[in-house]
Structures are given as C-alpha cells and as structure tokens.
Design a protein around this ligand. Structure first.
Ligand SMILES: Nc1ncnc2c1ncn2[C@@H]1O[C@H](COP(=O)(O)OP(=O)(O)O)[C@@H](O)[C@H]1O
Ligand SMILES: CC(C)(COP(=O)(O)O)[C@@H](O)C(=O)O
Length: 281
C-alpha cells in the first residue's frame, strides 16, 4: 500500500472556444482549439485522516481548493494534497482541470480504486462543469499537442496535431475568473458569435483563428490590445489567453517582446497527457 503518490497533468491554453450545453455534465462542455502545455500541475497525495489541500502556484501558497475537495468527497477518501504549478491560477492555463486530473489519478493509485483513464477524466470533467471552472480543458489535457475539440465532453477531441516541443512564451497581467465570464449571458453571446467554426490546419492557422476570435469576442482588454499590437509589429504569432488577461506567443523573439509588458513564463507544447510520476511506500 503506497504512503504517497505523485502525479502530473499538463495545462492547456484555449485560443478559441464555444460553450455547448447538454442535459448532463457528460455532454456539456466546449468545442474549440488550444495548446496543451508541458507546465501543468504536479500533485502529491498522501494518506491522512482529514483532507487538507495546499496549493503552490507561481511562488504563492494557499490552503484549500473547492474542486479538489469535491473530488476527494466523491471518491469517498481523505488525504493531504499538495499541488504545484509554475504558472499562475485563474489565468487561462486550465490548471483547475490539470489539478483535478492529477489528483484523481494519484488518488486512484494510492487507494486502489481501479478507475480507468476514462472514468478519471469523466469525474474531473463533471466537477469542472458543475463548479463552472472550465469546459474543455480536461478533454484537451488527456494528450499533448495542438488540440481541436468538435464535441463537448471527454471524447470531443477530433484532431491532435503534433507540433513538436514548440516553445511558448506567455505574459499574464491578471486573472479573469472563469465562472464570471461563463455566467454572464452577454459575454457568452459574443463568445458564441465569435467562434470560427473550424479546426486549425496548423499552428500558424491556429494563431490566426484565435486572434480573430479574441478580437470579436469582446474579451480583449486595452492592455492585451497593446501587447498584441507590439507582437504584430515584430511579426510574432500571438493571441489572448482564454480565460485570463494575458497573451501567449510563439517564435524566437516572442519572449523578448512580451518581457516589455511583465514577467514572461516560458513553457512548451506538451507531448503527452497525465501520468503517475512517483509511488512511495
Ligand atoms: N493548481 C491548482 N491546484 C488546486 N486547485 C486549483 C488549481 N488551479 C485551480 N484550482 C481551483 O480551481 C478554481 C478555479 O480555477 P480557474 O479560475 O478555473 O483556474 P484556471 O483558469 O487556472 O483553470 C480555483 O479557485 C481553485 O480553487
Ligand atoms: C476557456 C475555458 C472555458 C476556461 O479555461 P480556464 O480559464 O483555463 O479554466 C476552457 O475550459 C475551454 O473550454 O476552452
């Protein structure tokens, strides 16, 4: 019986999305496209009498995480959880989904729950949808690459382009609480109308579609607009992080251009999905 298990899930930046509301969490979610990020969440689950969650992200430490606590409740277990991420929370990196995937995967191992990856993903997706924290991140984070989802739910990925270990530079100005946007009908109407309606052909096409979506979604702030203009002037492919007040970009000079506007996070397109990292007896 292991004493603790460590698991990892990649993160995910959506370039564009559109909500699909079904009758159940299984058929509710989003369609859209995004990049799976090698910087995601590493979670250590340790047996304990009471549940306690410590969230370490971008140099900050916080106690408690409603979605993680909900996941443990639904599994009927208690544990000490430490989640670690180099990226900030609430800024469009799909970290709530990544923390759920890694936690449930590690809990499955430590408590011998015999769940398969579909069951793990379904539980993570249902909690994401029910808490209003995300729509399509769980499906995307089940593998690496440039992902296009054409149906809601965990099996909605129809295309996963392998773009290699492409470096991605990100500047994040402020969080945008996902719940606020998803629960504002006027915002969601503009988002729905802005949806480009097709999958990207390649990474360049992905940035073009994402940028068109960002421009017409009404989500671009003045500062994001300034950064995107600087990227345009330098000939850099860039768009807005959905949903966070930030910009992600690729290309050799991306980091240097973004660094004029704030701290730059350097990550990569991930080449794989969630996995167990360590089992300690
Ligand atoms: N790395 C993490 N570890 C634990 N809980 C997390 C993590 N990331 C997000 N959460 C939980 O999910 C909630 C919603 O996060 P959200 O704004 O959707 O973040 P993101 O945009 O990064 O997915 C947070 O308030 C927090 O309770
Ligand atoms: C864009 C979003 C609805 C939220 O993403 P995040 O803020 O990273 O939780 C995502 O889940 C999607 O469906 O594409």
């Amino acid at each position: 019986m292991p004493a603790s298990v460590k698991a990892y899930s990649p993160g995910h930046i959506s370039g564009y999305f559109s909500r699909i509301t079904g009758g159940r969490p299984e058929d509710t979610g989003s369609i859209g496209a995004g990049l799976v990020l090698s910087d995601g969440v590493t979670v250590t689950v340790t047996r304990s009498e009471v549940t306690d969650v410590l969230v370490l992200a971008d140099g900050m430490a916080n106690r408690g995480s409603p979605p993680i606590e909900e996941a443990l409740d639904r599994l009927g277990v208690t544990a000490t959880i430490v989640t670690e991420s180099a990226l900030p929370i609430g800024s469009g990196f799909g970290l709530s989904a990544a923390s759920l995937l890694a936690t449930i995967m590690a809990a499955n191992k430590i408590f011998s729950l015999s769940m398969g990856i579909s069951e793990i993903a379904q539980l993570a997706h249902s909690i994401e949808v029910e808490c209003g924290n995300g729509l399509g991140d769980v499906a995307a984070e089940l593998g690496g690459g440039l992902v296009c989802r054409t149906a809601p739910g965990i099996t909605g990925v129809t295309c996963r382009l392998n773009v290699g270990m492409e470096p991605v530079a990100i500047v994040s100005l402020a969080p945008i609480p996902t719940q606020n946007v998803l629960s504002t009908p006027a915002s969601m109407e503009r988002v729905a109308a802005a949806y480009p309606g097709r999958c990207p052909r390649d990474i360049e096409d992905f940035f073009i579609l994402s940028r068109q979506f960002a421009e017409s979604s009404g989500l671009i702030t003045e500062q994001v607009n300034t950064i995107l203009s600087a990227c345009d002037n330098a000939g850099i492919l860039a768009s807005m992080t959905m949903l966070g007040e930030g910009v992600f970009a690729i290309g050799e000079d991306a980091g240097a251009v973004l660094s004029q506007f704030g701290k730059v996070y350097s990550t990569m397109v991930a080449d794989e999905g969630p996995k167990i990292l360590e089992v300690t007896s």
